[in-house]
Design a binder for this molecule. Structure first.
Ligand SMILES: [Fe+2]
Length: 625
């Protein structure tokens, strides 16, 4: 069956006319891949599977602005003796010579081989799979995130690339990173010979394309793509670090042009290079939320938490609130401190609120108006400090109901999708999401780490010192995660509860492994289970503190003991999760690679956890199996 009207002869004519002989192949960086020297240097990929459809992808390396017509073939096996479908597709210069075909009329739950042909040149063979049909008993998903090219070799991808049992690989974001060689990860990149291309922070469409091309020449990433369809979503680094709806921490509009221009260039390159279905006509380019129905076993709902609605991340330093004293200033010569209740009875003009200084000697507050007022305008004298009022900060700043992550429209969509999935009797509702959802208030690491263990990491590094110091406040470890948007998280939990969803959350972003209990209120019932994967290669946060490796042991012990929603965590490994879904249970294998500094590595299973259902919307405790 053909999908394109062009005949084989026309295709060959197009090839000749396009001047295949002038194909020019740019130099490659090590390690070399099997595609080196062919026009298919970036391998093949598939993605966005449906029951009867899947996207197939490749790119042709060619100089000049000609469009090229490729043949594509889908077969039952890699001999390509029994073709199931074939057709032609144009790799357009306007799309960076990427070619993407939405193959339809396939059978549900089938594994297929596919390839592309250009004249005599054949692409590597890829394998893909349509989503499970109604009779599927088991699903297997690879789960990955955070693959910084410079931080290490993609051994996690390589492992997934060896498997033939994956229904899909779910990529939760940070598929590329935007930095130049001097940015985040640049020092490691230099050490291991994996410096970013182009050799500067990527800003333009051309830059983002070159970066995608570099990542896609990696043989291990190619292997993962060739093994199974990807279900991908972006996090921040596909555009720029800590992006939100109206900008990014790593974007300076004065020097780098408009945010919208950069974002749209980044996403255009994303949709060119990723085997993902483009947004439907009329939808905003950054619309990403989708549902993948996986037979009678699960529905996977992927959401967008960066560019649609996200409010800017709270900055603890700049936005902290401090203990204050109310003064009755009706007699200007003798202002007197009053309680907040007392102040509320006075006319507004008679009330002044000042930050309260505390003596570091005896911990006593200073209520003297004249001194307090003077110190507000000059610096505090030695021996005095202001005290963060973390309760008010949580309530008024972090907890501001206007702070958004998913936004109202996307949440409304999800509410409907969860209900539909439950109405069909689908056992599991899985949320594919970028960032960690569980409540994780920092344990006091100033007390947890013995002096000799932490001293080597904080003695010379002020960021490490500040980070450890701040854990005294007990605020969320990561204000860029759901913890920084508690009002939107509560709105999500309400929707989940109302749908009686059996709610499983997949998360990335943190560069560490977590198995978490999700609760609607800290003391309430379990509303879901979170399986959060570490990075493919990006450096873990505790690596910065672990000049003494006992840091990992202590951090893990204290996090598991003192943070109620953390069931288990691993702070030291890179890797991936393999999720096995049956109607009765979901098992998560936490897989670690021994190193990312070399392609010589071993892989081990750190843990296997199982969750089962105990009624509609009621999940069992995580069990280690
Ligand atoms: Fe990341």
């Amino acid at each position: 069956m053909r999908q394109s009207g062009a005949t084989r002869r026309e295709a060959l004519k197009a090839l000749t006319a396009s001047g295949l002989a002038t194909l020019s192949l740019p130099a490659l960086t090590a390690p070399a891949s099997a595609t080196q020297g062919t026009p298919f240097q970036h391998g093949v990929a598939s993605g966005a599977p449906e029951e009867q459809a899947v996207i197939l992808w490749t790119r042709v390396t060619v100089e000049g602005a000609r469009d090229l017509t490729l043949r594509w073939q889908v077969a039952l096996d890699d001999t390509f003796e029994t073709l199931v479908l074939e057709g032609e597709i144009v790799a357009r210069a306007s799309h960076d010579h990427t070619a993407k075909i939405d193959v339809r009329e396939l059978k549900a739950g089938h594994r297929y081989a596919y390839r592309f042909l250009l004249g005599d040149a054949r692409s590597p063979t890829g394998y893909t799979r349509t989503l499970a049909g109604v009779d599927a008993m088991r699903l297997v998903l690879g789960v990955v995130s955070c693959s910084h090219y410079g931080f290490g070799f993609f051994n996690a991808y390589r492992e997934l690339g060896k498997r033939d049992d994956l229904d899909a690989i779910v990529h939760l974001g940070d598929y590329i990173y935007e930095y130049g060689p001097d940015g985040y990860g640049g020092d490691v990149a230099k050490e291991i010979g994996r410096e970013h291309e182009p050799a500067h922070e990527i800003l333009t469409l051309a830059d983002y394309r070159v970066r995608f091309a570099q990542y896609r020449r990696d043989p291990d990433l190619q292997a993962a793509h060739a093994a199974a369809p990807f279900i991908a979503m972006w996090d921040d680094h596909e555009t720029a670090n800590n992006s939100w709806a109206a900008g990014a921490d790593n974007h300076n509009p004065e020097k780098e042009g408009s945010w919208e221009g950069r974002r749209d260039a980044a996403l255009r390159a994303y949709f060119e290079w990723m085997p993902m279905r483009d947004p439907k006509p009329g939808k905003a380019f950054h619309t990403l939320h989708r549902t993948y129905e996986m037979g009678r076993l699960a529905s996977l709902h992927t959401i967008e938490t960066r560019l649609t609605a996200r409010s800017q991340e709270v900055n603890y330093e700049d936005e902290m609130l401090y203990a204050e004293t109310h003064y009755d200033v009706s007699d200007a010569r003798h202002p007197v401190p009053v309680t907040p209740e007392g102040a509320s009875l006075l006319p507004e003009a008679y009330v002044e609120i000042l930050k309260t200084p505390f003596s570091e000697n005896d911990g006593m507050p200073v209520y003297d108006y004249a001194r307090t007022k003077l110190w507000m305008t000059s610096a505090l004298p030695e021996g005095y400090s202001y005290r963060p009022d973390t309760d008010r900060f949580r309530r008024e700043v972090l907890g501001d109901p206007k702070r958004m992550l998913m936004g109202t429209a996307q949440l409304g969509w999800l509410a409907q999708e969860l209900k539909t999935s439950r109405a069909k009797g689908t056992p599991w509702q899985i949320l594919g999401n970028q960032i960690v959802m569980a409540r994780m208030d920092a344990p006091d690491f100033t007390k947890a780490f013995p002096e000799d263990v932490i001293a080597p990491a904080i003695a010379t590094n002020k960021y490490n010192r500040q980070w450890v110091e701040r854990t005294k406040l007990g605020l969320p470890i990561s204000p860029g995660a759901w913890d920084g948007y508690p009002a939107d998280r509560q709105r999500l939990y309400k929707v989940v509860r109302e749908a009686k969803a059996n709610f499983i959350v997949l998360s990335g972003d943190s560069h560490q492994f977590w198995a978490n209990d999700l609760r609607e209120t800290p003391q309430g019932n379990r509303i879901g289970i979170e399986f959060a994967t570490s990075s493919v290669s990006s450096k873990g946060g505790y690596d910065y503190l672990a000049a003494d490796p006992r840091v990992y042991d202590i951090a893990e012990e204290v996090l598991q003991r003192d943070v109620p929603e953390i069931h288990w965590c691993d702070t030291r490994h890179r890797g991936f999760i393999v999720l096995e879904v049956t109607a009765e249970s979901i098992c998560a294998d936490y897989m670690a690679v021994s190193t990312v500094k070399s392609r010589d590595y071993t892989v081990t299973r750190l843990r296997r956890f199982e969750v089962s259902q105990e009624g509609a919307g009621i999940l069992s405790e995580l069990k280690e199996v």
